[in-house]
Design a protein around this ligand. Structure first.
Ligand code: PLP
Length: 386
């Protein structure tokens, strides 16, 4: 392994060279069953034939054009993405490259919406403790976990954290005179696959609507079909003002998006925002394959069913070391009475890739194309280790 990378990641001792379906192969030729999807990115697995063809064809045709112009493929991607998010009330999109960049865009829209309507001073974005919104200074400022804040201040001002699930705290924090937006993950991914309850989300939506505060869902990890609906927020009876997406959006080609409904769709004016690679044709070509594959009722039902299969199997073990099993669709968290990292290392040695989310939580984010047989193979390996 090379040592020229900056020391930012706790990397495991394996170097991958290629992948096919849910299987990755390392430099020595060993195969690994992938229950991670590159942290919710490779939602169609590795080497998906339609994705490979779309990206290769697009690379040969046109791989970048600056945003002074439109490309046919990014326009088609934008239209299909807005259509896929229309059930959640979305009407327009800004295309970006990453989750952090999408969340930056969302914060800018909330601030400008509020400034134009109410004047200065109403710029706070409320977020939840335990949230994760990205690694740029502003999205770190939005992230409600102290461990990420150490050493990097001063931060962007104007963020307020409240405990998740506490409706009273929400009522107090969403102060109509100072707050522009509420940014929320329907299922908190990085802090342990923690779903928000329906009563909480519905209360948040009601308060935001009454107080004209933008309700913004960060669906960077839980969106794009991961939970069995195209957007995770579709599971609640709410319509957000903004949704951010990235990770699985282009299934492995860097891609992100900020979508907005009626209130926020026309806030940005010419020159307000931009991104060199946003809407890049390669990402758009890949994204079109994702949308065509995933945004289909039968496919989404399949994701939900596969998730149910994993959870049912884990419950059936009735294992004393397994303390809790959470999540929806193929976004699953398992609390375990041992260090999650030890299990992750042991699984790697046996050819299974899984993730942790916090010290004692295992996280499964397998590709949507995983078969029942592959699910059972992975769980057999895990059972042996647990
Ligand atoms: C919920 C959520 N928001 C934002 C981000 C940041 O995305 P990116 O790493 O693409 O900037 C992540 C990444 O893990 C995430 O899970």
């Amino acid at each position: 392994m090379t040592d020229v990378f900056m020391n930012t990641y706790h990397r495991l001792p394996v170097t991958f060279t290629h992948g096919q379906g849910v299987w990755l192969t390392d430099a020595a030729g060993n195969r690994y069953l992938d229950f991670t999807s590159g942290i919710a990115v490779n939602c169609l697995g590795h080497g998906h034939p339609s994705l490979v063809k779309a990206v290769s064809d697009q690379a040969a045709r046109l791989n970048h054009v600056c945003n002074y112009y439109q490309s046919d493929v990014s326009a088609a991607f934008a239209e299909q993405l807005v259509a896929a998010c229309a059930p959640a009330g979305m009407r327009k999109v800004f295309l970006a490259n990453s989750g952090a960049e999408a969340n930056e865009g969302a914060c800018k829209i909330a601030r400008k919406y509020s400034l134009k309507k109410y004047g200065p001073g109403r710029h706070i974005i409320v977020t939840l403790k335990g949230s994760f919104h990205g690694r740029t200074i502003t999205t770190l400022s939005a992230t409600g976990q102290d461990k990420f804040h150490k050493d990097f201040g001063p931060f962007t001002e104007g963020f307020r954290f409240i405990p998740a699930g506490d409706i009273t705290a929400l009522e107090q924090a969403l102060d109509q005179t100072s707050v522009a937006g509420l940014l929320i993950e329907a299922i908190q991914g990085e802090s342990g696959i923690l779903p928000q309850g329906a009563a909480y989300i519905e209360a948040a939506a009601k308060l935001c609507a009454e107080r004209d505060i933008l309700l913004m869902f960060d669906e960077i990890q839980c969106g794009i079909g991961r939970t069995g609906t195209f957007l995770a927020c579709e599971a609640y009876r709410v319509k957000p003002d903004i949704v951010t997406l990235a990770k699985g959006l282009s299934a492995g080609v860097p891609s992100g998006a900020v979508l907005a409904g009626d209130k926020a769709a026309d806030v940005f004016e010419t020159g307000d925002h931009g991104s060199t690679f946003g809407g890049n044709p390669l990402a758009a070509a890949a994204g079109l394959v994702v949308l065509e594959t995933v945004n289909n009722p039968a496919f989404l039902k399949g994701i939900a069913g596969k998730g149910d299969r994993i959870r049912a199997a884990l419950h059936s073990w009735n294992h004393p070391r397994i303390k809790d099993i959470r999540g929806r669709g193929l976004m699953i968290g398992v609390d375990i009475a041992s260090p999650a990292w030890d299990i992750l290392e042991a699984a790697l040695a046996k050819g299974l890739l899984i993730l942790s989310a916090g010290a004692n939580t295992l996280r499964f984010l397998p590709p949507y194309i995983i078969t029942d047989d592959e699910i059972d193979q992975g769980l057999d390996i895990l059972k042996g280790i647990v």
